[in-house]
Design a protein. Structure first.
Length: 109
């Protein structure tokens, strides 16, 4: 087994543990679980946002998670969203700042 394969196996085990903890936290909606599994696999740094949104305790987390889900978990795509017909568009997170920079340009991502 190569080092890359070992790292992937360890990452998969961590993701499995995260999914198990989500199950333990009473998220019973199958669609939410499916989305959380995808987030944990593709962009684990956003898992907390989705968990908070699904808990019903944060409207901002719900907005962020919806925008991230719509943009395939790509923060820069949320910032540069062109779907002006979306009712959430003017409230979307990660928008350009006053200088016109996107979050990626400001942080160097």
């Amino acid at each position: 087994m190569t080092a890359t394969e070992r790292m992937q196996k360890a990452r998969d085990a961590r993701n499995h543990n995260r999914v198990s903890s989500i199950l333990d936290n009473q998220i019973h909606n199958k669609n939410q679980l499916s989305t959380l599994k995808r987030v944990l696999t593709a962009a684990p740094r956003y898992a907390g946002v989705f968990r908070k949104a699904y808990s019903g305790k944060s409207k901002m987390a719900a907005l962020k998670s919806k925008c991230l889900e719509c943009s395939n978990l790509q923060r820069i795509e949320v910032a540069e969203c062109q779907v002006g017909g979306c009712p959430l568009w003017q409230y979307r997170p990660y928008q350009h700042n006053a200088a016109g920079q996107t979050p990626a340009a400001r942080t160097g991502e």
